[in-house]
Design a protein around this ligand. Structure first.
Ligand code: ATP
Ligand code: MG
Ligand code: FE
Length: 343
């Protein structure tokens, strides 16, 4: 069975083809990062318009790379939510229009389920059950995952997401948007002893997170500098202080979640999962505490169509009726992951 995946929830347009026999056939992606950069964040209206412009050429590219025709697709999976309503509507209308034109069934996929299952696309995928840390631009959650559609929320952020903290702190340091990768690179040159920033909720005894205070702590140290004159070294030192603090908290909560569930497999998903300092710290903890940690391929950490095609294919293998010839443009901008049920 070949599933076409369509991702358009935020600022990436992704189209991909996944074959349940042969694996991922192709994926095509356009990131709007450069377009939104001058505004310092995603402009929803511009995002929607750009998805419209990019989707069909990306579909053609994905089909060509896979060496198949549109009629060879068996089902179309699209991101139904959560995300920006207008952006989601573009992917949903493209999926439904294609479905109608080709007489193929469509199914809506939960974006976070796509992220969560993306490590299963790697060459050495984890078995169920596992603990998953979902760290993206909009979410920071620890989940217990017993199978496709079997998700139990263990803890989550009470305010900003980890990716949001990276982006906002990077902005305070004048590093552009999205700042996650930039602040991470700069931190490599920073002195870990220069700034000891707070580790919010490290000792909260639950699996929740809070990152807005960390961003405020960055603001406070930046303000103490002569704004026009923050030298490169102190920027790097602040970046290092920030990254160390956020990584400490993320790793400690992952270890606590493994202890609480008794599981030995940890899966990292979402854009912040691409962070090299987080990966190094998790690998060190895994060696010390004897658990295994799994990551998605770097290119599948941030938004992409492959994870949507894959999640759709997993659902269809459990329940072939999950995709229907019902072409309503049905999106859910807000949609808690633990509301998803086993099909
Ligand atoms: P959500 O999936 O919650 O709706 P999103 O789709 O915007 O949000 P992703 O695409 O998964 O989020 O990830 C984007 C986030 O990941 C951004 O906040 C970005 O700064 C962050 N990010 C990407 N690479 C890195 C990195 N190397 N280090 C730290 N953060 C990173
Ligand atoms: Mg994005
Ligand atoms: Fe995402």
């Amino acid at each position: 069975m070949i599933v076409l995946g369509v991702e358009s929830s935020c600022d990436e347009t992704g189209l991909a083809l996944y074959d349940t026999d042969r694996g991922l056939l192709s994926h095509a992606l356009h990131s709007q990062v450069a377009m939104h950069e001058e505004y310092g964040g995603v402009v929803p209206e511009l995002a929607s318009r750009d998805h419209i412009r990019r989707a069909i050429p990306l579909l053609q590219q994905a089909l060509q790379d896979a060496g198949i025709a549109a009629r060879d697709v068996d089902a179309i999976a699209y991101t139904q939510g959560p995300g920006l309503a207008g952006a989601l509507l573009v992917g949903s209308s493209i999926a439904c229009s294609l479905g109608l034109a080709l007489d193929k069934p469509v199914l809506g996929v939960h974006h976070l389920e796509g992220h969560l299952l993306s490590p299963l696309l790697a060459s050495d995928p984890p078995e169920f059950p596992f603990v998953a840390l979902l760290v993206s631009g909009g979410h920071t959650q620890l989940m217990r995952v017993d199978g496709v559609g079997q998700y139990e929320l263990l803890g989550e952020t009470v305010d900003d997401a980890a990716g949001e903290a990276f982006d906002k702190s990077a902005k305070l340091l004048g590093l552009g948007y999205p700042g996650g990768p930039a602040i991470s690179r700069l931190a490599e040159f920073g002195d870990p002893a220069a700034y000891k920033l707070p580790r919010p909720m490290l000792h909260s005894k639950d699996l929740n997170f809070s990152f807005s205070g960390l961003k405020t702590a960055v603001l406070t140290v930046v303000k103490k500098q002569d704004a026009a004159n923050v030298c490169e070294q102190s920027k790097a030192d602040i970046a290092r202080g920030f990254v160390d603090a956020i990584v400490d908290v993320l790793v400690a909560k992952c270890v606590a979640a493994l202890k609480q569930t008794g599981l030995k497999r940890l899966v990292i998903a979402g854009g912040v999962g691409a962070n090299s300092q987080l990966r190094a710290a998790l690998n060190a903890a895994a060696a010390k505490k004897r658990f295994r940690v799994y990551y998605p391929e770097l290119e599948f950490c941030t938004d992409n169509g492959a994870m949507i095609a894959f999640a759709g294919a997993q659902r269809l293998q459990i329940n072939p009726q999950a995709a229907r010839r019902e072409y309503a443009f049905n999106v859910r901008p807000r949609w808690p992951l633990d509301e998803l049920r086993v099909i």
